[in-house]
Design a protein around this ligand. Structure first.
Ligand code: CAA
Length: 248
C-alpha cells in the first residue's frame, strides 16, 4: 500500500515539528507547510535538520491567510505527491492585548490566520477526500478557546470558532469515511508561550494541576491517534490535553 500523505500547516513551528516527526514515525509521507514571511532559507534549514535527525519530511510554502496561496500550495503537493489524506490545521499566531487596546488589525490578523485559514485549507482538500472516501482532518485549537483567556479576545474567539467549524463539517462528511476533530492543547513549552511575560507565565504554570507546561510530543501523540486508520469512529470530537488546567 502506498504511504498516506499528511500535510501539517505551521509544520516547522514548535508543536508542528513534533506533529511532523510523529506522523513520519507512524509511516506517513509528511509535508510541513510553512510561511515564515517567505523565509525559504529558514524552512530549508529546518528540513536539513530534520534530515540529519533521520526524518524525511517535505516542505511546502503557503500563506494560509490567502486562499490563492493555499490553492497553489495544495496543487503543488497534489502534483508532487498525490492526494492529501490527512490535514492537520496547526498554523496560528497570537497578538495578545486587552480588548481596550485591541486594534482591528490585532483582531483581523488572528481571525484570518487561526480560523479563516482552517476553512481555506479544509475547503481545498475536502473534495479529494470525498472522492476517495477517506480522510482525516485535525484542527489544533487551544485551552484558551475552551475557557477564554485574559488578553486574548481575538485568539480565544478564533480557537472557539474552530469547534463550530469542526462539528459542522464532521456531520457533512461522516458518511464518506472522513473524520474531523479538534485537539485543544494547554500551555505547551514552545516559543509562543515564551512571549508571555515571565511573571504571568509563572502564574499560569501554577494553575496547571500537573505542575508543568506540556511537551509538544504530548500533543503530537493525540494527533497521531486521531489520524489513525483504526480511529474512524471518533468525529466532531475535541480532545483536551492541558495538564488539568481546564476540565469540562
Ligand atoms: N485576570 C485578571 N486580571 C488580570 C489578569 C488576569 N488573568 N492578568 C492581568 N490582569 C490585570 C493586571 O493585574 C493589571 O491590573 P491593574 O490595571 O489593576 O494593575 C491589568 O490586568 C493589566 O491590564 P492591561 O490592559 O494594562 O494589560 P497589559 O498590557 O499589562 O498586559 C497582556 C496584557 C499582554 C495580555 C498580558 O496580560 C499577557 O500577556 N497575558 C497572558 C496572555 C496569555 O496567556 N497568552 C497565551 C499565549 S500562549 C498561547 O496562546 C498558546 C495557547 O494556545 C495556550
Amino acid at each position: 500500500m502506498t504511504k498516506r500523505i499528511a500535510l501539517v500547516t505551521g509544520g516547522t513551528g514548535g508543536i508542528g515539528t513534533s506533529i511532523c516527526k510523529q506522523l513520519h514515525d507512524d509511516g506517513y509521507q509528511v509535508i510541513a507547510g510553512y510561511y515564515s514571511g517567505g523565509n525559504h532559507e529558514k524552512a530549508q534549514a529546518w528540513q536539513d535538520q530534520m534530515k540529519a535527525d533521520g526524518y524525511d519530511i517535505a516542505v511546502a510554502y503557503g500563506n494560509i491567510r490567502d486562499f490563492d496561496s493555499c490553492q497553489t500550495c495544495i496543487d503543488g503537493i497534489r502534483k508532487d505527491f498525490g492526494t492529501i489524506d490527512i490535514l492537520v490545521n496547526n498554523g496560528g499566531i497570537t497578538r495578545d492585548t486587552t480588548l481596550k487596546k485591541m486594534s482591528p488589525e490585532h483582531w483581523d490578523d488572528v481571525i484570518a490566520t487561526n480560523l479563516t485559514s482552517v476553512f481555506y485549507m479544509t475547503r481545498l482538500v475536502i473534495n479529494d477526500m470525498l472522492e476517495q472516501k477517506w480522510g482525516r482532518i485535525v484542527n489544533i485549537s487551544s485551552v484558551n478557546g475552551e475557557k477564554g483567556q485574559f488578553g486574548q479576545a481575538n485568539y480565544s474567539a478564533a480557537k472557539a470558532g474552530m469547534y463550530g467549524f469542526t462539528k459542522a463539517v464532521a456531520q457533512e462528511v461522516a458518511s464518506k469515511g472522513i473524520t474531523v476533530n479538534t485537539v485543544s492543547p494547554g500551555y505547551i513549552a514552545t516559543s509562543m508561550i515564551m512571549d508571555v511575560p515571565e511573571e504571568i507565565r509563572e502564574q499560569i504554570r501554577k494553575g496547571i494541576p500537573v505542575g508543568r507546561f506540556g511537551k509538544p510530543e504530548e500533543i503530537a501523540r493525540v494527533v497521531s491517534f486521531l489520524a489513525g486508520e483504526e480511529n474512524g469512529f471518533i468525529t466532531g470530537a475535541n480532545i483536551s490535553a492541558n495538564g488539568g488546567q481546564y476540565m469540562h
